[in-house]
Design a protein around this ligand. Structure first.
Ligand code: C2E
Ligand code: MG
Ligand code: MG
Length: 596
């Protein structure tokens, strides 16, 4: 006897039997055990009862008028909403076939009458337990599915974020180089299948962006880039993709180009819109851009090709000054080729010792005597003969070879001046060596200078470095540090070609510069218009007020020398005195104790 109430689940039971006495008896006992019980006297009532409220379990007689138990069971099982309700047949039919038929229509169990109430109770309870376990599994499944769905969503979100990171620029949110190249690749393919799909690429580089970064700080630089991106985005409709390529470079792809002017007009427009000041800090910031333009060509098969050409065009635009655009044409390619050739030859020249150093005297105008020399690299090319440093130094600067060449010149010049100082002890000689911007900002410049001074035994004070103004102005922060290190060693500093660059004397005041070398174009002016001295007196005046001395470069005539002496210019250099000489010629010159 099971006396206790069922401990697992008290269920809602529907009993279906055409015998009211059976119904009453069974109900009473089940109710006493705590079940909720409903009764149905025939199949039709039963099915309606099930529709109104789903029972947890059905106890079903088989032999009933109209609809028998099998049919009732089948209807329950056929309806997906009720199919899960367990049905236990309670029947006097005890043949195996009857039982088999019962299970065939979906019964969960089969009890034969007359029955023991305890048996009914145990079987009901075990079906209910099963049922609740089944429900639990379904519930767990549902939860699992939900969780999988959430996880999938999370994964998709992360994936989308990663994709954005890989293809978009974090600072400006513009498509990055990778995405741009993808588009470009597709566009090039498009042109191959349809020659009408002409396109153009515009490549934009901000001029003097580094100056802003160095002087106003990187965070202002970042804000400026964001502002540039926004301005371009909102002012340039109809472009296919605007991308930040990195640094201060942006690229634009224009497809469906019906006429080439669309691209050049856009370049003009970009120059215009970027010329408007940006207000990021209290003072307006002005920025210019140089733009290269390259049109689609049938022989472009890969993005690199058009990007290479548009980059060449951009550099050409830059070399023409700021605020320019330049359309690529194939002659530029030839220049690029000759650049490559020069680079190759230069590497051979270093290996095969074709490079040498000449020395041009620097004269104190007051006494007319030599006080030092400028070291000038020279290259005797086996096929081309003498090549001017003006041609190969910029190539070396761009490829990085300048480090090696610069070191060579410094060492040669150091050794040479030491020898002359020993030989001509009564002449205080200095040596001036030209340093390019790249050499100037190279991290180990000071270390190299120390090494050379130590090895050649020259005095720091007899070494002068000649740099162009731009080397300082383009690298304000680094320049300050380097200049201080030079100052500590008493290495002197000249600003070469002064007057051709920024010429912001007021700014330069804060840097420890010893000498201004006035560019020879100003000196030539002294001849051409004898009455008009141009800027020369002004430069000399200001330099002397700021405690700097002045060298006039490229003095070619007695007239020029006379004018410079009248203006109290300290030093002079030029063909009028002497062209650059090889070391042997220098010794002969010094032996003759010249005076001008
Ligand atoms: P720079 O430093 O302004 O050198 C002066 C240039 O003017 C030299 O040209 C010199 O030969 C030339 N020159 C001197 N007197 C006169 C004159 O009376 N009239 C004219 N028209 N020219 C005169 P060079 O040797 O062809 O050098 C050209 C430039 O190449 C130099 O200009 C300098 O910027 C660079 N350079 C030369 N040697 C080196 C070097 O060893 N290292 C680096 N980084 N640059 C160098
Ligand atoms: Mg120089
Ligand atoms: Mg010069």
């Amino acid at each position: 006897m099971i006396e206790n109430q069922p401990d697992i689940s008290i269920g809602n039971i529907l009993i279906i039997d055409d015998n009211p006495e059976n119904l009453r008896l069974l109900s009473r006992m089940l109710i006493r055990r705590g079940y909720e019980v409903r009764q149905a006297l025939n199949g039709a009532i039963a099915l309606r009862a099930i529709e109104i409220q789903r029972p947890d379990i059905v106890l079903l007689d088989i032999m009933m008028p109209q609809i028998n138990g099998y049919e009732v069971c089948k209807s329950i099982k056929d309806n997906p909403e009720t199919a899960q309700i367990p049905v236990i047949f309670l029947s006097a039919l005890d043949e195996v076939q009857n039982k088999l038929k019962g299970f065939a229509v979906g019964a969960a169990d089969y009890i034969t009458k007359p029955f023991q109430f305890d048996e009914v109770l145990v079987r009901v309870q075990s079906q209910l337990t099963l049922q609740s376990a089944r429900r639990k599994i379904i519930e767990l499944n549902r939860e699992l599915e939900q969780r999988v769905k959430e996880r999938t969503q999370q994964l998709e979100d992360v994936h989308a974020k990663l994709l954005k990171k890989a293809l978009y620029d974090e600072l400006t949110s513009l498509p990055n180089r990778v995405l741009f190249i993808k588009h470009l690749e597709a566009t090039i393919k498009g042109l191959q299948t349809d020659p009408n799909h002409q396109f153009a690429v515009l490549f934009l580089d901000c001029d003097r962006f580094k100056l802003i970064n160095d002087s106003l700080g990187h965070s202002v630089g970042d804000q400026l880039l964001i502002a540039i991106a926004k301005r371009l985005e909102s002012n340039l409709p109809n472009i296919d993709i605007l991308s930040r390529f990195g640094g201060d470079e942006f690229a634009i792809l224009l497809t469906n180009l019906t006429e080439p002017e669309i691209a050049t007009k856009m370049a003009e427009k970009i120059i215009d819109i970027l010329a408007q000041p940006f207000s990021i800090v209290s003072d307006p910031i002005y920025i210019n851009a140089s733009i290269g333009v390259a049109y689609s060509q049938a022989d472009y098969t890969r993005p690199e090709q058009i990007l290479r050409d548009v980059d060449t065009a951009m550099y050409r635009a830059k070399s023409r000054g700021t605020c320019c655009y330049q359309v690529f044409d194939s002659t530029m390619c030839k220049n690029a080729l000759s650049f490559l050739q020069l680079d190759t030859d230069l590497r051979t020249a270093i290996k095969e010792k074709q490079l040498g150093v000449n020395y041009q005297p620097i004269i104190a105008l007051e006494t007319g005597k030599i006080v030092g020399f400028e070291a000038l690299v020279c290259w005797d090319h086996p096929q081309r003969g003498l090549i001017s440093p003006q041609e190969f130094i910029p190539v070396a600067e761009e490829t990085g070879l300048i480090t090696e060449i610069g070191n060579f010149v410094l060492r040669q010049a150091g050794e040479q001046i030491y020898r002359w100082q020993q030989q001509f002890k009564d002449i205080p000689l200095t040596i001036s060596v030209n340093i390019t911007p790249r050499q100037f900002t190279q991290s180990n410049l000071i270390y190299q200078l120390d090494e050379i001074v130590e090895q050649t035994q020259i005095n720091y004070h007899s070494l002068k470095l000649e740099i162009k103004e731009s080397a300082i102005m383009d690298n304000l922060k680094t320049a300050q540090i380097i200049l201080n290190q030079l100052r500590q060693r008493e290495i002197q500093l000249s600003l070469d070609d002064f007057g051709t660059g920024y010429s912001s004397l007021s700014y330069l005041h804060s840097f420890p510069v010893d000498t201004l070398k006035i560019d020879r174009s100003f000196i030539q002016g002294l001849d051409e218009e004898p009455e008009k001295l141009g800027l020369v007196p002004v430069i000399i005046n200001i330099a002397q007020k700021m405690g700097m001395n002045v060298i006039a470069e490229g003095i070619e005539t007695a007239q020029q020398l006379k004018k410079l002496r009248q203006l109290n210019c300290d030093f002079g250099q030029g063909y009028f005195f002497c062209p650059p000489l090889n070391p042997e010629q220098v010794v002969n010159l010094l032996l003759s104790s010249p005076q001008w």
